[in-house]
Design a protein around this ligand. Structure first.
Ligand code: ATP
Length: 363
């Protein structure tokens, strides 16, 4: 296993009555990109500010390379923060911006020139060095902001919603650029975003937060495919995970969830720890359900209430009992509004959650 670069240990921040970060523990490996993902106000920036040293935790610890940094002043933690609003000096040209962090550290002129040339080449800014920030486009400005921090060779690069001011096309371009920076420098990156696509496309590991609590911390693949709770299932995915609430039971030997006379067969593996009569929620991703033959024993029936073609894929809305489900199917699939369809969920990806707590039953 790679070295642990950053560890948060029961990190907590209270603002008066408000618990902005609620005893959060996680470890980030060297060379990984970790995304802090969650809705506005869930505590992402507060967590980042504590790592940088701009906020003192109420309790808990922050370790970098195994050493607590709580007593280390902000400027000396060797972590580089890039804000969403670029934070470049508008009165200095690009070269002066890039060399600023090295000059304040008292680095020799020749070394500064070498490091600035290196980072400018790496970020494709060689031809912009004499320009002022106001003469640059949004993505160039963002690269200057990242370059100013990267040039100081931080242990951890912290990015707070770095792409939120960019147009969609620029955002894609900068995502590719960030992936390249990460791959070529092996830099440990902590990335704050409320955008699930950004987190899924950039991060090795995602920490999903809600109201200050860490709801799941796992690989991007696992938080998407195996959500620990209904919050994570609904926060990731577009359309999000479908939920059908019902009563768990058995139809003969088969585990099922029943709702208003409709019955969803559920795989025995996901039902291992559930008792008959339990109030549960079945979670199914829209793209992890297939249309099946009417007599398929692993399928359930639903009626199609909307068909929305979206190019190569079509989103079907189907009703079972009192719940509406979204399915993503190939365009051209035979399913007309008003018709009955049989739906077979992917047994491996179907999740069962406790209805009261929203927590997934683990087999
Ligand atoms: P956003 O994406 O909107 O920036 P966030 O997930 O980064 O949200 P935080 O900015 O960390 O969330 O805020 C978490 C909670 O703490 C919010 O309810 C916020 O209002 C509150 N909060 C943040 N800073 C302070 C402060 N200095 N004093 C009081 N409350 C604060």
């Amino acid at each position: 296993m790679a070295n642990i670069k950053l560890e948060l240990v029961e990190l907590r921040k209270e603002f008066g009555e408000l618990i902005a970060v609620d005893d959060m523990s996680l470890a980030c490996e060297e060379g990984e990109t970790m995304a802090l993902l969650g809705p506005s106000g869930c505590g992402k920036s507060t967590t980042l500010n504590m790592i940088v040293g701009l906020e003192q935790p109420t309790s808990g610890d922050i370790l970098i390379d195994g050493q607590s940094v709580l007593q280390v002043p902000p400027g000396q933690r060797n972590v580089g923060l890039v804000f969403q609003d670029y934070a470049v000096f508008t009165h200095m040209n690009v070269r002066r911006n890039l060399e600023y962090g090295l000059r304040v550290r008292g680095m020799a002129r020749a070394d500064i020139d070498r490091e600035v040339a290196k980072v400018a080449a790496f970020l494709h800014l060689e031809h912009q060095l004499d320009y002022k920030p106001l003469e640059l486009g949004a993505s160039e400005l963002q690269r200057v902001a990242i370059g100013r921090t990267l040039v100081t060779n931080p242990e951890i690069l912290l990015l707070d919603e770095p792409l939120s001011n960019l147009e969609a096309e620029m955002r894609n371009q900068m995502r590719r650029e960030l992936r390249r920076i990460q791959a070529e420098t092996g830099q440990t990156i902590i990335y704050v975003t409320h955008d699930q696509i950004e987190a899924l496309s950039l991060a090795h590991r995602i920490a999903v937060m809600d109201f200050g609590q860490l709801k799941q911390y796992d690989t991007a693949h696992n938080v998407y495919h195996y959500p620990d709770n209904t919050f994570v299932g609904s926060f990731l995915g577009n359309p999000p995970m479908n939920f059908v609430r019902g009563e768990f039971g058995h139809d003969g030997n088969r585990p099922v969830v029943a709702q208003n006379g409709s019955v969803i067969p559920v795989p025995a593996a996901s039902a291992g720890a559930v008792s008959d009569g339990a109030d549960v929620i079945v979670g199914m991703r829209p793209e992890s359900m297939m249309l099946a033959e009417a007599d398929d024993p692993e399928a359930f029936t639903a009626s199609v209430i909307a068909v929305e073609p979206q190019g190569p894929e079509t989103v079907l809305t189907a009703r079972i009992g009192q719940s509406d489900l979204k399915l993503v199917v190939e365009t051209g699939t035979q399913a007309d509004e008003g018709s009955e369809i049989a739906i077979r969920p992917d047994a491996e990806l179907l999740a069962l959650f406790d209805a009261a707590s929203g927590v997934r039953f683990k087999a």
